[in-house]
Design a binder for this molecule. Structure first.
Ligand code: F6R
Ligand code: MN
Length: 199
């Protein structure tokens, strides 16, 4: 017989379904980002302004079994980005640096096709292809943003340290060094410098 001493209170508290990105449990937190929350993030501001501001771009569910900011803990979450575009630009997350640049993160894709944009502090930007089963190690020094480049919701799981924190301000102000556009069925990684010249 197992005594109550050996029962882990976290066990069975949360359940996940890998493929669909479902995550259930009393302590699961949830947030969603609408187009109206992402003003200034997409290149085509006119297209963004004329679209319905209440359009859901992505949803995040996560579990934080330890205090945010506390050392040694791990958080677990899932993000589902809808398929859609603003002008030619694919729906994407806001993107952030971790406030603590020594704190890395894992992403792994459950469903859909996309790109993980990574950027260092010198604004050097590159992309990794996301598809079901792809695993991505994100060095704590790199900003990260996920772009849905496919026709179904892009769903990925994430695990990150409880004291990673978020720096959204740098991305809100300066963006990434490249954008992901879809033109004539082709997914393009366009350096921001080329976009500036074009405009
Ligand atoms: C946590 C993390 C993810 C993102 C989520 C939404 O460090 O990287 O859980 O927070 O994918 O993206 P953002 O936070 O950029 O809106
Ligand atoms: Mn992160």
């Amino acid at each position: 017989m197992i005594s109550s001493m050996h029962v882990n209170p976290f066990q069975q508290a949360i359940s996940v379904h890998w493929q669909t990105g479902a995550m259930e449990g009393r302590e699961v937190k949830e947030s969603r980002k609408l187009l109206g929350d992402l003003k200034g993030i997409f290149l085509d501001e006119a297209a963004c302004a004329s679209a319905d501001a209440n359009t859901v771009v992505y949803r995040v569910k996560w579990w934080q079994p330890s205090e945010p900011g506390s050392e040694g803990g791990l958080f677990w979450g899932v993000t589902a980005i809808e398929s859609g575009k603003v002008g030619d630009e694919c729906f994407m997350t806001h993107g952030h640096f971790h406030a603590n640049s020594t704190r890395a993160e894992y992403y792994t894709t459950a469903q859909g096709e996309g790109r993980l944009l990574l950027m260092d502090r010198e604004r050097k930007t590159w992309a990794e292809v996301m598809s079901p089963g792809s695993l991505h190690y994100i060095d704590g020094r790199y900003a990260h943003r996920v772009v849905n480049a496919g026709s179904v919701p892009l769903i990925f799981w994430a695990c990150w340290p409880s004291d990673a924190g978020y720096d959204y301000g740098t991305i809100a102000k300066e963006g990434f060094g490249a954008r992901i556009l879809e033109q004539n069925g082709e997914v393009l990684v366009i350096p921001q410098t080329e976009i500036s010249i074009k405009n």
